[in-house]
Every structure is written in C-alpha cells, then in structure tokens.
Write a protein that binds this ligand. Sequence first.
Ligand SMILES: [Zn+2]
Length: 162
Amino acid sequence: MGRKFTRMFDPESPRDLVAEEYDAHQPPPSMPIPRAARGWALLLPGGKPLSLYHQLHDCAALLADARLSERCGEGHGVRRVRLDALDSRQDCVACLLCIKETDYSKFKSCAVDTGAERRKGTRLVWRVDPVAGWSAVVIYRLRNRLVADIRTERELEELADS
Ligand SMILES: [Zn+2]
C-alpha cells in the first residue's frame, strides 16, 4: 500500500528504489481501514491537537497514524464520516496528503531527525505513546518522494513557518 503511495504521488516520475524500499518496510496497521465513498471521509479520532480525516484508504499518512494509534493503545479505529458533517467540526482537519483543500496553517513545519540526517518536514498529528512518549506523524521528502513516518518528540524540532 505504501509502495503505491509513492508512485501515486507523482506517477510520471521515475521509480525511486530507496523510497520504495522504505515504503516496503512500513508494516501495515492491523486495524481495518474501510474505503470512503464519494462525499465521505475516513476519520481517525484522538489526534492532537486535531484529528486527521482522509479521502484515500491507502493514504500513507492514514496508515502511519493508524500504526501510531495502535502503538498508543488507543481503540478508536477508523470511522467513516460524511464530508459535509466535518465542515462544522473544530476537532479535525483534512489530511494534506490526500485532500487538496485543507488548512495548511493547522500543520507545523519541523526538522526531522531520521537517524541518518535532518530533513525538513511537516508534522501532521501527535499521539501519546505510553512507551516512547509524544509521537507524531510527519511527512518529509525522501529523494523525490514524500513519505509518512512516526517520530518521537525528541526526533523533531519545530521550525518557524515562513
Ligand atoms: Zn490522507
């Protein structure tokens, strides 16, 4: 699924074996993820400060957030919600990976320590991992692809948004 994501993001660009290798090693979440019909979205509750909702059931950010939610011992599960019912809700925001019309001010730029290097990325959502502490779903470029990853607070440094 993740492999599909990197191709989907820019299907015209050449294959990137490093990014595909990365995707292939992201374990899928064990919670079931339904598909969203037209007019519906997939919401994974419990995110801080806001929960993300998605259009695509195989969105890399959704898969990473689902893994993080499981790691945090949350029992929410992905819910199907009508898009028009989400407009009035203040506790969630459209995913910037799979929904074009979103409020970019709701996401923070950050520097991500990937272990090998620091990359500029965007933090989408926090959850509290009882073992690792505050952990976030972040997206950043790996070569010419965007990947979604789980990083702890210690591996992230918030950047001033320019
Ligand atoms: Zn998404």
